[in-house]
Design a protein around this ligand. Structure first.
Ligand code: ADP
Length: 621
């Protein structure tokens, strides 16, 4: 499959041009999908971060031009208001704002991987020096010098602000100095360690990353308001919130949004933990972010300056002291103030209520979306399944037809001579053999179905010690006819003293059959006298690993497909499903082995090799 044109240089230029402050002019050309991303560290950094996502979308939607548009907070607000972009990725706080103001709807949530553990939640850490005797709780932060990255940073300040507020500390009033440092975040941590600030906040996990890079020692810090949250891999001082959402705009076509969501989810599903590209999971509930904005009176809940007193009154009305103030206020501002307090509070509650309802509705749509995504994957898997099962079914039909033919001939012939009786016995023996084949093939078909189900469940299949050579011989016998039919010379070179492997027989046979069938397909592209297929098995020197290889003399692997062969649904064949290699990889890795594919150094032919651990494991190994 030719790879689609990805992020074109022209698009990039346009994206960067927009990012430098000029709003998009004109109409969005048909077929173009514009993705606005919050470039909180500049356009270049945003392009670097988001190019993998845009590239994957371009690959999934080959008929569209996918364009990345880095924007700062204000530019994004404007671009959304004027429908200049079709999708946006932004921080959770800004999302909440745009959701309230312009009805954008999230379709996926970013998932971060920390040392192998995926998580879709963000939090913050608030810290001081471990040897600072004066700061042990958030309340002790009053009167200190405190650092954060930016007033508008969600994980970098607002999350911590809410925790400080809950502990009775207003960062804007109660600190000696609140310093916003800008990027890089590392400097906040270093300032606190070096005594240039008393305390600070950064997004959770940054400190662990710095420690892993050897920049700091975690033992030098005290974490304030430490939150014991199971499964969260880092020190944490706050509640957790959903990570960045990917959202569609109100005008964005629903069907397109669905396809984008499915593509994002599929990327997230198939990415390996080592991938540095942003990965996505189903959209999470952003109510906690709404609650934060409500608490802090930010974004959609921002108040007029005059409402601040009303806010105080609403929050502290049961405090006698505040009551006294309220009474004074009431006296000064007459009944009107009180009326406004009640009205504003009621309004806010109505807004919250409205948001909750919208939330529920979105949740419903979400379930629908997840279902569609599952269904489409299942649909493609089912087609692959049909392909796999066709083979044994065709064999069953052939054998059964053979039986019928022979029995018809028997009926038409006299049986009472000596030769007649002999011929009959021979024929009966042949019919019996064919019926046995029918049973075996039917069992194989059943086995394939059972294993695909197991594959979908990702459950463990039944494993027994197995002779790999037997599997190779069985697979070769199974495909002998197909190989002969295509003029392929099949050779087996099986190691003599091969240890067993602990495996599911049908699954391993499926792997070998998949690889052989790929080889036969490839060989069809070279002249008949050059079509050779070699099956090899061997044990590695240490005796702990069994090695199997399937080598063909086909046309080899073009460079542009090499990186994609194990991706599910990647195929270069008109009728291919692109599942053979990914299912094989899944099976081999589930058995504790590894699989790889390469062309011969000479540039012709392909070898697929896989390993499996020997059973029983070699002593000491
Ligand atoms: P499918 O066979 O349905 O296409 P696979 O996952 O088995 O799916 O293979 C994916 C792609 O890998 C194939 O379409 C083909 O381009 C390539 N491929 C696999 N095996 C070989 C081989 N032996 N020689 C050349 N290309 C191969």
């Amino acid at each position: 499959m030719p790879l689609p044109a990805l992020l074109r240089p022209a698009a990039l230029a346009c994206a960067l041009f927009l990012g430098s402050g000029a709003p998009a002019g004109g109409v969005t050309p048909e077929g173009e999908i514009r993705i606005g991303v919050l470039a909180f560290r500049g356009a270049e950094q945003a392009v670097e971060t988001w190019t993998p996502t845009v590239t994957a979308l371009a690959r999934a939607l080959p008929r569209h031009d996918v364009v990345l548009v880095p924007l700062d907070l204000n530019e994004m607000r404007e671009a959304v208001a004027e429908a200049q972009v079709d999708f946006v990725a932004t921080n959770p706080g800004h999302y909440v704002e745009l959701e309230a103001a312009h009805g954008i709807t999230r379709i996926a949530t970013l998932e971060t991987t920390d040392r192998g553990t995926p998580r879709a939640a963000v939090g913050s850490v608030i810290f001081t020096r471990a040897d600072n005797p004066a700061i042990r709780t958030l309340g002790d932060l009053k009167g200190t010098v405190f650092e954060a990255v930016d007033e508008r940073a969600f994980g970098g300040f607002q999350i911590a602000w809410r925790e400080m507020k809950a502990a009775g500390v207003d960062p804007f009033d109660d600190l000696d100095l609140l310093r916003f440092t800008g990027f890089p975040l590392d400097s906040i941590v270093l300032h606190v360690r070096d005594g240039l600030a008393d305390a600070g906040t950064v997004r959770a996990c940054l400190m662990e990353e710095m420690a892993a890079e050897g920049k700091i020692d975690m033992a030098d810090f005290r974490i304030l308001n430490s939150q014991p949250v199971a499964d969260f891999p880092c020190a944490l001082s706050s509640r957790l919130y959903p990570d960045w959402p990917f959202a569609k705009l109100r005008h964005t076509d629903r069907a397109l949004a669905k396809r984008v969501a499915i593509s994002l989810l599929r990327e997230g599903l198939e990415a390996s933990p080592a991938d540095r590209a942003p990965q996505w999971t189903v959209p999470l509930n952003y109510q906690p972010v709404h609650d934060l904005y409500f608490d802090l009176r930010l974004g959609p809940f921002a108040m007029e300056p005059g409402d601040v007193l009303a806010d105080m009154a609403a929050e502290y009305w049961e405090w006698p002291a505040a009551l006294a103030i309220l009474l004074l206020l009431a006296a000064a501002a007459h009944v009107r103030t009180e009326h406004m307090v009640t009205r504003r509070t009621a309004e806010l509650h109505a807004e919250m209520e409205e948001r909750r309802r919208a939330q529920e509705e979105a949740q419903l749509r979400l379930a629908e979306l997840a279902h569609v995504s599952r269904q489409s994957t299942m649909g493609e898997l089912a087609a692959g399944l049909a392909h796999e099962i066709n083979q044994p079914l065709a064999a069953i039909t052939n054998y059964a037809n053979g039986c019928i033919r022979r029995m018809e001939q028997q009926g038409a012939r006299p049986h009472d001579t000596a030769e007649g009786a002999l011929a009959l016995r021979t024929e009966n023996a042949e019919i019996l053999a064919a019926i046995r084949q029918i049973v075996a093939q039917a069992q194989r078909a059943a086995g394939i179905i059972q294993n695909i189900r197991a594959f979908l469940r990702k459950g463990e299949a039944a494993r027994t010690p197995i002779d790999m050579n037997r599997i190779l011989r069985d697979a070769a016998a199974l495909l002998a006819v197909e190989a002969r039919h295509n003029g392929v010379t099949l050779r087996l070179d099986l190691g003599e003293t091969l240890p067993d492997v602990l495996a599911d027989r049908v699954q391993l046979e499926q792997v070998v059959v998949n690889l052989m069938r790929n080889a036969i397909d490839a060989l069809k592209q070279v002249p008949e006298k050059e079509r050779r297929l070699d099956l090899r098995s061997a044990v590695e020197e240490d005796g702990a690993t069994v090695l199997v290889s399937v080598r063909d003399t086909g046309p080899g692997l073009p460079p542009e497909v090499r990186g994609h062969l194990f991706e599910p649904f990647f195929t270069t064949k008109a009728t291919g499903m692109g599942l053979g290699l990914s299912i094989s990889q899944n099976i081999v890795e589930n058995h504790g082995g590894r699989i790889g594919i390469d062309s011969d150094p000479a540039g012709t032919g392909t070898t697929v090799a896989f390993t499996l651990p020997a059973w029983p494991p070699a002593a000491g190994g």
